[in-house]
Design a protein around this ligand. Structure first.
Ligand code: C2E
Ligand code: MG
Ligand code: MG
Ligand code: MG
Length: 289
């Protein structure tokens, strides 16, 4: 039993680890099947300009409804996919899907930049920059309508190689941002050196606004630093007006969060952003010319 000491305790814990491993292997298998069965979907969360209240972009967030498991959250399966390497295939699918959607909007006369989350393993693939170039080219999407959200860990792994890749991506004309900013270890020197356009302040620093003094201080400091470095600053996880008003006063540029809208499926997103307004049909095929 549990009361047994020493070796018995060790044996008690060992099988539990195996159960975890088995559960992760099953989840990984189910993910691979889900990609084949086209069970992944993208939802889109509006991003708004703090000064004008206009929707200025959307973050694509993956969703998975499994017939047996129901809705599986990204926080549950993305870490497993990162561990197994399957995140590369998922990331590829997300990139194609998000670019195709941004292109459809563009062709409808709707300028809606789409931000895609890129995981470290995906970014480290030798062909990542070529993949992005190819996907943009075959869709005929103006590159500035694609934003890549990178995490601070990406910048730290191999800083010289990361810098080369970021420069190649910046030359393509895509927008680069740092997601969950403040939760990692990026140094100010990196921020100055890397061709980043945007910082996304992590939700954990927004939660306590405006009352929490350290959250307030961190947010003010990031907004000021962003301005000094010529970066756009967006806050995520904005759930109430007091938070939004603080962010605006602190000098942040943009926000996203449940206050305006959670991530929505395509139809709901379009209704939330454009209402009943009909799209204008762009006559030029491919939409670039
Ligand atoms: P993230 O990129 O930081 O995305 C923001 C998360 O916060 C999303 O959770 C979003 O639904 C949620 N959120 C937005 N506004 C609010 C709010 O006002 N309050 C609260 N409590 N939450 C809010 P989600 O969709 O569950 O995604 C979680 C994480 O999973 C993402 O964090 C991202 O790291 C990862 N993820 C999601 N989709 C993808 C993807 O396509 N590829 C990769 N590599 N990772 C993804
Ligand atoms: Mg993100
Ligand atoms: Mg984020
Ligand atoms: Mg976050």
């Amino acid at each position: 039993g549990v009361k047994d000491s020493g070796r018995a305790g060790f044996r008690f814990h060992q099988p539990r680890k195996d159960v975890d491993l088995l559960a992760r292997m099953r989840l990984d298998h189910a993910m691979r099947q889900a990609l084949l069965d086209r069970r992944f979907r993208l939802h889109y969360q509006p991003q708004l300009d703090l000064a004008s209240g206009q929707v200025i972009g959307a973050e694509a967030l993956i969703r998975w409804r499994d017939p047996l498991r129901g809705e599986v959250l990204p926080g549950e399966f993305i870490p497993v996919a990162e561990e197994s390497g399957f995140i590369v295939a998922i990331g590829d699918w997300v990139l194609h899907e998000a670019v195709a959607q941004a292109q459809r909007w563009w062709q409808q006369g709707r300028r809606m930049p789409v931000a895609v989350n890129v995981s470290a393993l995906q970014f480290q693939q030798g062909q990542f920059v070529d993949t992005v170039r190819q996907v943009l080219k075959s869709a005929g999407l103006p590159p500035d309508l694609l934003e890549l959200e990178l995490t601070e860990s990406i910048l730290l792994r191999d800083a010289d190689e990361a810098l080369r890749r970021l420069q190649a991506l910046a030359e393509l004309g895509v927008c680069l941002s740092i997601d969950d900013f403040g939760t990692g270890y990026s140094s100010l020197a990196y921020l100055k050196r890397f061709p980043i356009q945007r910082l996304k302040i992590d939700r954990s620093f927004v939660q306590g606004l405006p009352a929490d003094a350290s959250d307030a201080g961190i947010v003010r400091a990031v907004a000021q630093m962003g301005r000094a470095l010529g970066l756009q600053v967006i806050a995520e996880g904005v759930e109430n007006e007091a938070q939004r008003d603080f962010l605006r006063e602190a000098g942040c540029h943009e926000y996203q969060g449940y206050l305006f809208s959670p991530a929505l499926d395509l139809a709901a997103f379009e209704t939330r952003v454009w209402g009943a307004e009909r799209p204008a049909i762009r006559l030029v095929q491919g939409g670039v010319g």
